[in-house]
Design a protein around this ligand. Structure first.
Ligand code: ATP
Length: 868
């Protein structure tokens, strides 16, 4: 890689002057002003004006504008004004809705935007990555995204993946930059970190030298432009459907227009007929309704701890048939507590441990040294496994801070879930000692000696068997077991993983991480919903099985398999056998990818949880990658489509349930819009075929389609969450929206609405006045569609789901009802909307006819549709 890097005087000064306190507030503000702060995020949101303009690119609007122009040329000034007014009002409403939906999605994004840890005012603070300024001291750990360029001040075996800059996926080892290098302005790939890369292992401290467009990646034009949210499959297929329909309708309009002209109908009337049909048929609100409903749905999900990062996930959630979940922290509480220690060849319950026994004290001190967790009063920092050891230390008056100060750490190999070990090198009583702790099955083969109260002895097969037995016993009770061992090494030499052998065993620590209270019920709910819950864990098989059994994931021991057994299976064999297992223990991130793949090959839609850097590929491979918000790394969050803010398995199940409801609501809203449109089309077609006058003026249909129909559609989209959504099997992701049944419902419901409208129209015609007839047709169609809004709330009858359970649908109805009566009764509007004054009897007839389709549909649902 060629890194061209110019150091500013400011930076050199800062590097020379680096103190452990970091910047203070005043410096931060000055630097924010100095460095064109936030330049990256500025100007990204679409401006309101652009959104407003985009409303006029819609095919329907274009047709309407042409219609307005032709009306104007034909001398129909009033029609022209009304069409233009309605188009304008529609554009304003569209813009407001779009802005609201965008705002809601933006807020959602902000919830899951990357964060960084910086040292400011003498303490480590977590800030949004975009708030980093030059001169900040950035604290980096495994899994962190790097959002700025910087000079490495401290590297503890820190490795970074810089593939986004170099294309090279092998991680680069980082070393401390010397002051000489800072003075000489020597920058190379090893003493600097770069924005756009991430830490694959180790940790370090970095002085930020460039942010935003000044970074190496920022210089590569447009690389940091955030990708625009892609449309979801449903939106794409609806857009596609809408376009095809619009084209077909336009063609039919042209044909009808020509036939009418040939039949001798007046030009203006024929033209109005064609425009009416176009307006009646084009489902202009479809795509925007989907966006609005998705935006509202994701907001609700965020409140329930599931942040959707990619909109398509909401749709796919309803189809999830397998959830592969981590154990620790997701199915369990991640509140580890040491229950027993095995030391000096004895199992000792934690409350009987005494530090006056030297061997017990040695074990505890080593457990605190080979450990990064801190327990400062209320504040707990670090991994739950290590915290459990720290808390045990505190309980026995061993302060981890004092112990670590006394026996300084000179080197370390951080914990790695693939290696399942961690090592540190400490200066203890004049000796340099390497302490290693980790999974018993991994550490035991590396042990050659045993430390006891009687001194150090060679490890015999008998000792080994005894340790294995104790480990087995602990694991069967659902305990996580760590082994702790050490060896003396020569001072002042770096260590690597090869050193982790020839160790002396000191003891075991067995800790309990109880299952979350909600896990059992959530697992049960999955089963009822046709979803297979699966535990995937780095933990020991026996421990995993014990916990899985408690929460109902595992019934028979044969359902558990270990990572090394998976390795022996070919992809094909794994695919054939995968459904036999519900617990996958001692797995590595590579195994996770194979497991996801095997399920997907079997046609399943898979949700997979993950938290580590190496989980990234599996999270991307899964249909729904779920990252942990609390314990997850930034890399895992970036690869996921959903983030859990509470790391809780039951939140995934709740999100699936929400996803199912949202999809059903969108489908119902679409049914409402299309069946209403179908009703209008049938009426226009009827009038054409029977040579009757135009039943609706274009402005009538505009009023219905653009104004009174949108609110009920949104209300249907906001139908309360249906708790029964989890009784069905997962939706087949390949099933098209417009199934035969769905289309049949559109046609039948459309026919019912059309029948009422035609009756009203014919009754009006009998009075001898075509204006009264079209007024009655318009009023009946509008009202019937408003009432139909209640029909479309659910497959089941409104009386079984609750007449008043969706307050939005009542608001929508009342607003529509009042608007319609405003048009019918206010003389100023009646002229504009081309409506005649109606008698009370005619009003009564309209009400009766409008409610008729509702009664028929509800009667049918009560008789034939089960309340699901
Ligand atoms: P899950 O995959 O269910 O979330 P996990 O992520 O806790 O489990 P890992 O963190 O990969 O699994 O841990 C695997 C094994 O490594 C554990 O069973 C334990 O024996 C060991 N281990 C876990 N944490 C540490 C640590 N901090 N130091 C040393 N060994 C550890």
């Amino acid at each position: 890689m060629s890194v061209y890097y110019r150091q500013t005087a400011d930076e050199v000064m800062k590097l020379l002057d680096v103190t452990s306190t970091g910047l203070d507030d005043y410096e931060v503000q000055t630097r924010q002003a100095l460095h064109g702060f936030n330049e990256l995020t500025e100007g990204k949101r679409t401006s309101i004006f652009a959104v407003f303009l985009s409303q006029f690119t819609d095919l329907l609007v274009v047709i309407l504008l042409i219609a307005a122009l032709i009306s104007f040329l034909l001398g129909e000034v009033e029609s022209t004004v009304v069409i233009l007014l309605v188009v304008l009002l529609n554009a304003i409403l569209g813009t407001v809705q779009h802005a609201k939906a965008e705002q809601s999605l933006e807020n959602l994004k902000a919830l899951s935007s990357p964060t960084a840890k910086v040292m400011r005012n003498n303490q480590i603070t977590e800030i949004a990555s975009e708030d980093i300024v030059v001169g900040d001291l950035l604290y980096l750990e495994t899994g962190d995204f790097i959002s700025a360029d910087g000079r490495v001040i401290e590297s503890h075996n820190m490795h970074c993946n810089e593939s986004s800059l170099t294309g090279e996926s092998i991680a680069v080892a980082k070393r401390n930059a010397s002051l000489d290098e800072a003075y000489e302005m020597i920058a190379d790939q090893n003493n600097m970190v770069f924005a756009g890369s991430f830490v694959t292992k180790g940790r370090g401290l970095v002085a930020v030298t460039a942010i935003g467009m000044e970074t190496e990646i920022g210089k590569i034009a447009n690389m940091l432009e955030t990708a625009k949210e892609k449309k979801t499959p449903l939106q794409v297929s609806l857009d596609d459907f809408g376009e095809k329909l619009a084209l077909a309708i336009t063609m039919i309009c042209v044909v009808i227009f020509s036939i009418d002209l040939m039949r001798g109908r007046e030009l203006v009337e024929s033209f109005m007929f064609a425009v009416s049909l176009a307006v009646a048929a084009i489902p202009e609100a479809l795509s925007s309704i989907v966006t609005i409903v998705l935006a509202f749905g994701t907001r609700k999900m965020a409140k329930e701890n599931a942040i959707i990062r990619k909109l398509y996930a909401v749709e796919s959630l309803g189809s999830v048939s397998v959830i592969c979940s981590d154990k620790t922290g997701t199915l369990t509480e991640n509140k580890m507590k040491v229950q027993y220690m095995y030391v000096d060849q004895k199992v000792i319950p934690q409350n009987e441990l005494q530090t006056d026994q030297p061997i017990v004290k040695k074990l505890l001190i080593q457990a605190l040294l080979c450990n990064d967790a801190l327990n400062q009063g209320e504040k707990e920092i670090g991994d739950a496994t290590e915290l459990a050891l720290v808390k045990l230390g505190r309980q026995l008056q061993l302060d981890e801070m004092l112990v670590r100060k006394h026996y300084t750490r000179v080197a370390e190999l951080p914990f790695d879930s693939e290696r399942k070990l961690m090592s540190t090198v400490n200066q203890i009583d004049g000796q340099t000692i390497m302490i290693t702790k980790g999974a018993v099955d991994v550490l035991l083969p590396k042990i050659v000696k045993l430390d006891t109260s009687n001194g150090i002895m060679t490890m015999t097969d008998g000792h080994r068997r005894k340790i294995e037995e104790v480990n087995q016993d602990f694991s069967q009770n659902g305990l996580r077991v760590l082994a702790i061992a050490y060896k003396v090494i020569e001072s002042n030499r770096p260590i690597n993983t090869v050193d982790e052998r020839g160790l002396t065993f000191v003891g075991l620590a067995a800790m309990m991480d109880p299952p979350r209270n909600e896990s059992k019920a959530a697992v049960e709910s999955c089963r009822k919903a046709g979803i297979k819950p699966i535990m995937i864990t780095g933990d020991h098989k026996i421990t995993a099985m014990a916990i899985a059994k408690q929460i109902g994931i595992l019934e028979d021991p044969s359902e558990a398999i270990e990572g090394h057994e998976i390795e022996k299976l070919t992809d094909r064999q794994l695919q054939e056998q995968v459904q036999n297992y519900s617990v996958f223990a001692r797995v590595t991130p590579e195994h996770k990818i194979r497991i996801v793949n095997a399920w997907q090959e079997k046609g399943h839609v898979v949700a997979m949880t993950g938290d580590g850097v190496n989980d990234g590929p599996a999270l991307r491979k899964a249909d729904i990658g779920v990252a942990m918000g609390i314990t997850g790394t930034e890399v895992a969050k970036d690869a996921s489509s959903m983030v859990l803010t509470d790391d809780n398995f039951s939140t995934i199940v709740k999100a699936i349930s929400n996803g199912r409801s949202i999809y059903t609501n969108i489908k119902n809203a679409i049914l409402f819009l299309l069946s209403g449109n179908a009703g209008a089309i049938f009426v226009v077609l009827y009038a054409t075929i029977f040579g009757l006058p135009v039943p609706f003026a274009p402005v009538h249909l505009l009023f219905i389609n653009l104004l009174t129909d949108s609110l009920p559609a949104i209300a249907i989209g906001l139908e309360p969450h249906n708790p029964k959504a989890m009784r069905d099997k997962p939706r087949n992701i390949h099933t098209q929206l417009l199934t035969k049944t769905f289309t049949a419902r559109i046609v039948v419901e459309g026919l019912l609405i059309a029948t009422s409208t035609i009756i009203a129209f014919l009754t009006g015609l009998e009075s001898g006045d075509p204006l009264t007839a079209s007024t009655m047709a318009f009023a009946t169609l509008c009202l019937a569609r408003l009432v139909h809004g209640f029909n479309s709330r659910s497959k089941a009858s409104i009386f079984s789901i609750g007449v008043f359970s969706n307050k939005y649908s009542w608001f929508a109805f009342i607003i529509g009802f009042i608007s319609l009566h405003g048009v019918l009764l206010l003389p100023s509007l009646s002229g504009m909307f081309k409506v005649a004054a109606l008698s009370n009897t005619q009003f009564m007839l309209i009400y009766c006819l409008a409610i008729l389709p509702f009664l028929v549909i509800q009667w049918f649902k009560l008789l034939f549709v089960k309340n699901k």
